[in-house]
Ligand binder design. Sequence first.
Ligand SMILES: Nc1ncnc2c1ncn2[C@@H]1O[C@H](COP(=O)(O)OP(=O)(O)OP(=O)(O)O)[C@@H](O)[C@H]1O
Ligand code: SF4
Ligand SMILES: [Mg+2]
Length: 403
Amino acid sequence: MSTAAGTTGTPNPADGAAQTAGHTVGDDVLVDVRGLKVHFPIKRGAIFDRTVGYVYAVDGIDMQIRRGETYGLVGESGCGKSTFGRALLQLETPTAGSVHFDGVDVASLKGEALRRRRQDMQMVFQDPLSSLDPRQSIESLLLEGMQAHGLVRDRAAANTRLRELLTAVGLPTTALKKYPHEFSGGQRQRIGIARALSVNPKLVVADEPVSALDVSVQAQVVNLLEDLQEEFGLTYLVVAHDLAVVRHISDVVGVMYLGSLVEEADADELYAEPLHPYTKALMSAVPVPDPTVEDRREKVILSGDLPSPAAPPPGCRFHTRCPWRQETRCDTERPELRVVTGHSSAGDVRPHRVACHYAEQIADGTLKAHEVAPTGGERFYEAGTPVGVTGAFAGPASLAELT
Ligand SMILES: Nc1ncnc2c1ncn2[C@@H]1O[C@H](COP(=O)(O)OP(=O)(O)OP(=O)(O)O)[C@@H](O)[C@H]1O
Ligand code: SF4
Ligand SMILES: [Mg+2]
């Protein structure tokens, strides 16, 4: 069970069950996240800043990232991926929940202790140009973090380290005297990666590290990240909306929808057999190289827009778009992320967890997908008060029909 979930968070009208963890933490766990929530207040009023609601950007996530692994986090734009990554690094203050890094609760760290811990957790940003100060040379950009963390003993040692960093990311040492605008997108991302590595971190959160790059360059940067992981023993959280990118690089993949994790499994397992309807829909858009798998797998077309994270639907947050939605439970009871019976084996890095009441029945085919008329997300709640509209349920595949 989550230790801190929901204890101090803002009231969330859509809450049923919070996601649960139910796991013990071994030495191999570098990052242990329990019941993490980040709610942004929505303010109105010219004179008095009244809080009229909240954006439930991250809304109860349990996650563990093990040492040396790559955790891929995927989901549609606006589902809270970046906010989650930032909250891990304490760049965003959690509303509730906890983040333990290397066994230490990072929220308890202040001042110098937090600054020292930050050295272990670095971020690579989506847009390398806007994340690099255009007025600073590459040398100055790379030295900045090293100096801040007292890693530069003398000029000679600094020069050696700068050269090592550039070699590691595949850039010539002549790059040191240049400025960010003198490089291509791919080269700038290499500089962003070198900057993250300059302070010898343990964890690198890479937020959409290749989405701003040409497809031709994406694979090079992904391969570089993999090589560096091996060379420096890094642990990664790679955030992306592109499933293909995450598949290539990840050991474990988590799928996010409206502030929650809806599925988590070993990358191979998740791609071979997605269990959550939302993951099935995401996966349908990605071609599978194996023709046998491609022919066998179910194609799920997602209808309707992502509801606003300021007005998440009650019950299962995906019920407004789910082709398997049932009259019972789906609209009213928030499913917890749970291990699905019969879909994990002893050799798995992670047991296959899914937040769906009917995951087993969907997997074994006893529940069939049906047409869904998408319902609006904006109208569920106004300032925390239910205003109705859950939409007409019109599926021919209800559980009642099965009996
Ligand atoms: N500082 C903030 N104040 C208020 N709302 C915010 C803030 N930062 C993010 N949000 C909102 O929180 C939600 C989640 O945003 P976030 O950037 O984490 O999503 P994302 O999954 O990273 O999206 P993308 O794929 O587009 O980068 C969005 O609705 C966003 O508008
Ligand atoms: S079947 Fe119900 S619980 Fe499962 S994803 Fe669909 S709406 Fe959510
Ligand atoms: Mg983002």
